[in-house]
Design a protein around this ligand. Structure first.
Ligand SMILES: Nc1ncnc2c1ncn2[C@@H]1O[C@H](COP(=O)(O)OP(=O)(O)O)[C@@H](O)[C@H]1O
Ligand SMILES: CC(C)(COP(=O)(O)O)[C@@H](O)C(=O)NCCC(=O)O
Ligand SMILES: [K+]
Length: 259
């Protein structure tokens, strides 16, 4: 069975696959101090709790936080006796190389989203991933990542208001019914939520104008559903796009015979 690990700056998602069948997925916070042993205690407890007897023999890792990779490698080596494929490392081949400025390191999550989205939806896409940062990835007709946009994440924007202004509290994001807030919290939520709707709409419109071919917009990431409701920002919402991308890249490397 295959263990897929997707580490973002806030959360790390583990998922287990048996060939094309999805077995389970779990999420934990991303902390670079966590050791391989700690990951295993957490993971094996959840597996036992759900009665999953997974015989993990292969693993693939994508991490936007380079320093956690060491301990994730230890987890795979020590407890699953396998060498994980790490997206972004030279030994991990990609179905299509990114076409970006020389010397640019594209976030592995964006490469994974690109591979997953191309496999499921074909090319000419904008993938919007609502993570710690909100990324827009442009996937060309041939499936290559050809650039995009990085915007401050939704929660990051709220946190920045709280941290920079003495009188602004910590607030969770929600979709406000009205635009005109009648208290501080409602004003903040309105600013970030409706501001974000505008940000997504404007960036997608400008990408489409610049790209000059019809494109579809695919949304993913923890907060994407919040922006899905009632607004026509996206063509498709795909919660499991990144996980799917990891399975696609793993299969690609396996088929090459390099694993
Ligand atoms: N289902 C959810 N509901 C509300 N907030 C969420 C949910 N999932 C994630 N978040 C929040 O969205 C932000 C981005 O999370 P996530 O997509 O896990 O980011 P990353 O991939 O960068 O680690 C975080 O602040 C997280 O707490
Ligand atoms: C933009 C990101 C911080 C998003 O990470 P996330 O929100 O998933 O934690 C990550 O993709 C990254 O570190 N990228 C490197 C720069 C680039 O992609 O161009
Ligand atoms: K992400």
């Amino acid at each position: 069975m295959l263990l897929c690990i997707d580490t973002g700056n806030t959360n790390t998602v583990f998922s287990i696959w048996d060939g094309d069948s999805f077995i389970a997925t779990w999420r934990t916070s991303t902390e670079h101090q966590r050791t391989g042993d700690q990951y295993y205690v957490w993971l094996s407890t959840l597996m036992r709790f759900q009665g999953i007897e997974a015989d993990i023999t292969e693993a693939i890792i994508s991490s936007t936080v380079p320093r956690v990779v060491f301990n994730l490698r230890v987890l795979c080596n020590r407890y699953f006796n396998c060498r994980p494929v790490v997206v972004g490392k030279p030994e991990c081949a990609l179905p299509m190389a990114p076409r970006v400025d020389a010397g640019t390191t594209v976030g592995p999550d964006r490469l994974v989203n690109t591979a997953g989205a191309y496999d499921r939806y074909g090319g000419d896409l904008i993938v919007v991933d609502f993570g710690t940062a909100t990324t827009f990835d442009v996937v060309a007709a041939d499936g290559a990542y050809v650039g995009g946009v990085i915007a401050p994440g939704v929660n990051l924007s709220l946190q920045a208001l709280h941290e920079a202004a003495a009188a602004l509290p910590h607030v969770d994001i929600t979709k406000p019914a009205d635009v005109i807030g009648t208290n501080t919290v409602a004003c903040m939520q309105s600013g970030v939520f409706w501001g974000y709707v505008g940000l997504v709409r404007e960036i997608c419109a400008r990408i489409k104008a610049e790209y000059d071919r019809p494109m579809r917009v695919i949304a993913t990431g923890g907060l994407a559903p919040l922006f899905e409701q009632g607004d026509t920002l996206f063509d498709t919402f795909d919660e499991y796009l990144t996980i799917h991308g990891l399975t696609v890249i793993h299969k690609y490397n396996k088929d090459l015979g390099t694993l």
